[in-house]
Design a binder for this molecule. Structure first.
Ligand code: DOR
Ligand code: ZN
Length: 335
């Protein structure tokens, strides 16, 4: 049977939540990934050193038997230098949300005033703390990411020593930015390598495919595939797996977020194999992230096997993408 081995897979954008959800969900990522960048959009968000340390402890307590490194982040605010120096060793990045743009982002940035943000961003650059950005304006939903490109350009030019990660990119405009500025990088989800807006609302509306940023047009999908499949050195896998309880998705006023964590590697094998690019998956799912972030995860070997795998209907009350459908790859072993 055909197999494919991945070493130290990393998920560079992951929502683990808190409380019972964390306890149920964290083991799923810890099983197949060596580590993940943990999003700080809790309620209230992670904004202090104590918050970071305590949240990391709760994550570790939820995954007692697995080797899994939670790379912690802070929720972006304008922080002073003393604070950043003090917190630097506890965090891997800082995540910036425009205020109100997505789930639990109300405390985010309401105006991108480069002068106001300058001291924080300069200090982050000095300390080598990357800035992860949810890059959407509050414009028309299909144009939000493309409209944000001007802000990325201003940030990239104003802070040339700051590593800026364009999170979960969904457009050809964002792909084009990668080669324009040395200090811009990107994460790409697995669902944005599979779906367009057509899959979300082209037929019966599919709440489990609804997320922010929303999936875009076929030409955007093609652009994302072109850099992911070639494992462009500035892109890395970041699943943005975002669990919501089933009743919050299948409801009037559907929460944004696609839950992919437990089947992300299986889906990635399927995509990369389909385009005859399986050899590039290792770079996309680990090696690029290691170089970009300068991290060195502990050894983990995940063997996937090409055989039918039926996606569970739900994981502890959270419905995954492609629930009940049959995939072509399964996880055979993890060591
Ligand atoms: O769809 C999304 N869900 N996009 C985000 O940016 C946040 C996430 C969540 O936390 O549920
Ligand atoms: Zn996210």
């Amino acid at each position: 049977m055909k197999t494919h081995t991945l070493l130290m897979p990393l998920d560079m954008h992951l929502h683990l939540r808190d409380g019972v959800m964390l306890e149920n969900i964290a083991p799923l990522s810890a099983y197949s990934f060596s580590g993940a960048i943990i999003m700080p959009n809790l309620v209230p968000p992670v904004t202090t050193k104590e918050d970071v340390i305590a949240y990391k402890e709760r994550i570790m307590a939820a995954v007692p038997n697995d080797y899994f490194e939670p790379y912690m982040t802070l929720f972006y605010q304008n922080y002073d230098k003393d604070f950043l120096v003090d917190v630097a060793e506890e965090i891997t990045a800082i995540k910036l949300y425009p205020a109100g743009i997505t789930t639990n982002s109300e405390g985010g940035v309401s105006s991108f005033d480069i002068e106001e943000m300058g001291p924080t961003l300069e200090t982050m650059a000095e300390l080598g703390i990357p800035l992860c950005v949810h890059g959407e304006t509050d414009g028309f939903v299909m144009d939000r990411e493309a409209e944000f490109m001007g802000i990325y350009e201003e940030l990239a030019k104003s802070f040339p020593n700051l590593k800026i990660i364009m999170e979960h990119i969904t457009t050809k405009e964002a792909v084009a930015m990668l080669d324009k500025y040395e200090n811009l990088y990107a994460t790409i989800t697995v669902h944005h390598l599979l779906i367009t807006l057509d899959d979300v609302v082209g037929g019966m509306m599919q709440p489990h495919l609804f997320c922010k940023p929303i999936a875009k047009r076929p030409e955007d999908l093609d652009a994302l595939l072109s850099v992911a499949l070639d494992a462009h050195p500035k892109v890395m896998f970041g699943g943005d797996s975002a669990p919501h309880p089933q009743h919050k998705k299948e409801s009037c006023g559907c929460a944004a977020g696609v839950f992919t964590a437990p089947i992300a590697l299986q889906l990635l094998c399927e995509i990369f194999e389909q385009f005859d690019k399986l050899d590039n998956l290792q770079a996309f799912v680990s090696d690029n992230a290691q170089s970009i972030y300068g991290i060195c995860p502990e050894f983990k070997e995940v063997v996937l096997e090409k055989r039918p795998f039926v996606v569970p209907e739900n994981y502890a009350g959270v419905v995954p993408i492609y629930a009940g459908e049959t995939l072509n790859w399964a996880i055979e072993s993890v060591e």
